[in-house]
Design a protein around this ligand. Structure first.
Ligand code: G3P
Ligand code: CA
Length: 289
């Protein structure tokens, strides 16, 4: 029996005694390792989200993992941006005033490359660009970081799974050794199933909190279940850990978006495997070494 399954069983057998353990001891009971810290949209509390500067900031803060959001331009280029619209995080309204609602899918890559994706955050970052996914993975590689890549709004971009995997393959990210540094996640189970079917060696994460009764179905194509920190509990984490995923390893849990030391300690106490945060320094300092 895997150590986590054994721990879950022990917790069940101990019953109320286990519930009396201090929260931060529970994961130590399981395997003694603190959760990995994942810089959400890069070091996005300190640099403009989803830019190369945010990757650099995450690296400077010692974050080994970064998370990003991938979408597609009108002419089929993959770019890194969170919102469906360019409005909030670029100067698109000024540069293209007649093009509301400024959706990513309505702009070419060349048009998006003209936008300032840093000035909205701070003048210190004015001139930062919306990176292409290719530029982004090069920067992640430069820092020897790992990538939690989110397919954002995949229902808007039919075929984005294949295109993303193709780009990753071209850049070496699907090589046997390299792909251990990659997880592809999405709120869309359909999209994740497609990723798994196309490239079964790549690990995947489902964003959400499926009912425990449904977890066995997710375990067929997802290696991780990644819930909001507001919806996660010790019991839920134990329930997820009790299932083996498509690579015959226990499902993992990375929770988001945790930005305070108190919340970091709380979810670490639940036994999560990863903490996704805008403030990797705050979370790291809150966890045991
Ligand atoms: O990585 C989890 C998180 O990114 C999901 O929410 O809206 O920030 O993409 P969102
Ligand atoms: Ca995301």
């Amino acid at each position: 029996m895997h150590v986590r399954a054994a721990a879950a069983l022990a917790t069940a057998l101990l019953g109320t005694a286990a519930l009396l353990l201090p929260a931060t001891d529970v994961r130590a009971v399981e395997d003694g390792t603190p959760p990995v810290v994942i810089a959400h949209r890069g070091g996005s509390a300190y640099a403009p989200e989803n830019t190369l500067a945010a990757v650099d900031e995450a690296a400077r803060l010692g974050a080994v993992w970064v998370e990003n959001d991938v979408q597609r331009t009108r002419d089929g280029q993959l770019v890194v941006l969170h919102d469906e619209s360019l409005q909030r995080t670029t100067d698109v309204e000024q540069v293209f005033p007649g093009r509301a609602p400024w959706k990513v899918k309505d702009f070419t890559a060349a048009e998006i490359a003209r936008l300032d994706a840093g000035g909205w955050f701070s003048t210190a970052y004015a001139g930062a660009r919306v990176p292409t996914l290719k530029q982004y993975v090069h920067r992640v590689d430069l820092h020897r970081q790992k990538l939690l890549l989110e397919l954002k709004n995949p229902e808007l971009y039919p075929g984005i799974e294949r295109e993303t995997l193709k780009l990753l393959g071209n850049e070496g990210w699907l090589d046997r050794k390299h792909r251990s540094r990659l997880v592809v996640q999405s709120f869309s189970a359909t999209s994740l199933r497609t990723v798994h079917d196309l490239e079964p060696g790549v690990r995947t994460g489902f964003l959400g909190t499926p009912p425990v009764a449904d977890l066995h179905a997710y375990a067929a194509f997802a290696d991780q279940i990644n819930p909001s920190y507001t919806s996660v509990s010790r019991a839920y984490v134990s329930a997820v850990h009790a299932f083996n995923g498509p690579h015959d390893k226990p499902l993992e849990v990375s929770t988001w978006t945790v930005n305070t030391a108190a919340d970091a300690r709380r979810v670490a106490g639940y036994g999560v495997d990863g903490i996704i945060t805008n403030k990797p320094d705050v979370v790291r300092d809150a966890l045991p070494d």
